[in-house]
Design a protein around this ligand. Structure first.
Ligand code: PMP
Length: 361
């Protein structure tokens, strides 16, 4: 018998647990567990997708020139410093593949996004988890954890699942304090939900050790299509393009994403609606005795008195057809992450939590 053995680190990977989208025996279900845009993508994106579907017999462009130009145009960046991927997950994967390997350390934070340790293990590197301070990234703790083996520091800003934002000057202090040869990845999956925030683009321009990643899965409502992008110094983009498959994005993905990023009015409307309903939901939960930190994203991290209470509430919400996200795997067993949905969904989840707090089980 031949023993087929995976690469070191692979079996350390905890399988990614995605959100369920239905509840056994309940027909009217609302899914508030994956931070999706409740209104879907812009109409312009849907039309562009339809047009692109007439080109399915053609290979897509390998250089993503149209999409990169649109992103550059709208965000005021240089197209040559942009790379596109199958979700921002793929761009994060390019970074891990290109810059970390066996013997290297990859830093992420206590409640950091679960993909970071997965990506580190997948390339044989050692993930190093660093404490946060009151659910916010702690720059001093990260700098203290850096060694001469540190290659990558992954931070989501705003963060998932805490929803907190690290101030721009703190990001700059972190980038400046990293050891020689270490890269800071600012994962801006939720950056568009913060008014006037560049996601760290200016810091990328100012330094040679910072990468920013972004996604079309959240505010653009295209999670099902899988498109993301990264912004980095030219030398880093050149490296990342070497591990990228030439046809990683389809004509349909490219067409929809280009139209979506150009539909600024739609993005602005989604941002404003999210901010209004997020404030309403936060207050409604507080009125029921459920605390949360101010969120910079399209979700709220609701804190309960204990892990048991959070579990019981999750079970009750499910019985009412409401799916939220348990975040015990992120070191937050007493919390539930609730996506800010449309107005009826926000009212429905707030009402159900009120019933739960009032004794309904
Ligand atoms: N980063 C963070 C912080 C996220 O929450 C997510 C999605 N859950 C991603 C990256 C990946 O998003 P996608 O691959 O859909 O772009």
């Amino acid at each position: 018998m031949t023993k087929i053995t995976p690469q070191p680190g692979i079996m350390e990977i905890a399988l990614y647990v995605g959100g369920a989208s239905h509840v056994e025996g309940v027909s009217d279900v609302v899914k508030l567990s994956s931070n999706e845009n409740p209104y879907g993508p812009s109409q312009a994106a849907i039309e562009a997708l339809r047009r692109a579907s007439f080109e399915l017999h053609r290979y897509p462009p390998t250089d993503h020139a149209g999409l990169r130009a649109a992103i550059a145009d709208i965000h005021g960046l240089e197209a040559d410093n942009i790379i596109c991927g199958v979700g921002s997950d793929e761009v994060l994967q390019f970074v891990a593949q290109s810059y970390a390997g066996p013997g290297d350390e990859v830093i992420y934070t206590e409640h950091g996004f679960s993909m970071y340790p997965i990506l580190a293990h997948a390339v044989g590197a050692t993930p190093v988890k660093v404490p946060e301070k009151d659910r916010v990234v702690d720059v001093d703790a990260i700098l203290a954890a850096c060694t001469d083996k540190t290659r990558i520091v992954f931070i989501a800003n705003p963060a998932n699942p805490t929803g907190t934002l690290l101030a721009e000057d703190e990001c700059a202090r972190l980038a400046a304090g990293l050891p020689e040869g270490a890269l800071l990845v600012l994962d801006g999956a939720y950056a568009e939900f913060v008014d006037g925030f560049d996601g760290g683009a200016a810091l990328v321009q100012a330094r040679d050790n910072v990468i920013m990643t972004r996604t079309f899965s959240k505010i653009y409502g295209l999670g099902g299509l899988r498109i993301g992008w990264g912004y980095a110094p030219r030398a880093i983009i050149d490296v990342l393009n070497r591990v990228r498959q030439p046809f990683n994005l389809s004509n349909v993905q490219l067409g929809a994403a280009e139209a979506a990023v150009r539909d600024v009015a739609y993005t602005d409307k989604c941002r404003a609606d999210n901010a209004r309903l997020r404030a309403w939901l936060g207050e409604a939960l507080a009125a029921h005795g459920v605390e949360s930190d101010p969120s910079s994203t399209n979700f709220i991290l609701a804190r309960f008195g204990s892990a048991q209470e959070a579990d019981d509430c999750d079970t009750y919400l499910k019985s009412q057809g409401i799916i939220v996200r348990k975040v015990a795997g992120y070191g937050l067993p007493h919390c539930l992450r609730i996506t800010v949905g449309d107005e009826p969904s926000c009212r429905r989840v707030a009402h159900a939590i009120g019933q739960f707090k009032g004794g309904a089980r």
